[in-house]
Design a protein around this ligand. Structure first.
Ligand SMILES: CC(C)(COP(=O)(O)OP(=O)(O)OC[C@H]1O[C@@H](n2cnc3c(N)ncnc32)[C@H](O)[C@@H]1OP(=O)(O)O)[C@@H](O)C(=O)NCCC(=O)NCCS
Length: 192
């Protein structure tokens, strides 16, 4: 084993994640029971998926169900639900993919319930994602790729402590126009 390998976590096997609780919401791994018409409707809402790659796939309950099952069994991915503390209301999802040899996590999020937009939930969910990524999973770096015209997302990531790393010209085709992609990231040392 090289010295690099000795600092790569976690141990083999499925990831075991306990709920991460913030002031207004909590994150927990999604289960098959969370898959229903509400979750499907978010993914079929053109405004919600406008900046998400998932818009290129036709979604069904069966496919979503399979996605949750596959993700649970894959230690390189983690799918969390975003729930309001007071009513246990399911409002969105947070998705991680991991590059364990580099202790790197890639994050994507969706507040699927549009009635909850603009209330600071994405910002809080991303702060909790940092806590999970750095304190619990011992990652070194988290990052996200965001369409440059997704102003709300860039603001939420910024407010949660992510910084712009670089901007890649015309990397995404959005509604017939090529737009830049902004790579945002933060390091575990930024949490201190
Ligand atoms: C983008 C998204 C995550 C923002 O979620 P949110 O819970 O509304 O975000 P927050 O309330 O934490 O907002 C953070 C800041 O962005 C602002 N904001 C949110 N949406 C905005 C928008 N569409 N345009 C401009 N500003 C916006 C908020 O007002 C807030 O700024 P403020 O603190 O100065 O008032 C949410 O709209 C969403 O899930 N969209 C669909 C999926 C998506 O695009 N995900 C991101 C992929 S990287």
């Amino acid at each position: 084993m090289t010295s690099d390998q000795s600092i790569t976590a976690p141990a083999p096997g499925p990831l075991v994640i306990s709920p991460i609780v913030g002031p207004r919401l909590y994150l927990r791994p999604l289960t098959e029971d969370d898959v229903g018409p509400e979750y499907l409707a978010w993914l079929q809402d053109e405004e919600v998926v406008s900046h998400l790659e998932v818009r290129f796939q036709h979604q069904t309950i069966e496919k979503l169900h399979q996605f949750v099952v596959d993700t649970k069994a894959d230690r390189n991915r983690l799918l969390l639900g975003i729930f309001l503390n007071n009513r246990d209301k399911f409002v969105g999802t947070l998705f991680f993919s991991f590059d364990w040899p580099h202790l790197l996590g890639f994050v994507g999020l969706m507040i699927g319930d549009r009635s909850e937009w603009g209330r600071g939930l994405a910002t809080e969910a991303l702060r909790l994602a940092r806590e999970l990524g750095f304190k619990h999973l011992h990652l070194h770096r988290l990052e996200a790729g965001i369409y440059a015209n997704n102003v709300g997302s860039i603001k939420a990531f910024s407010k949660a402590g992510f910084r712009v790393q670089c901007r890649v010209a015309q990397r995404r085709l959005h509604q017939g126009v090529f737009v830049d992609e902004v790579l945002m990231g933060c390091l575990s040392s930024d949490l201190k």
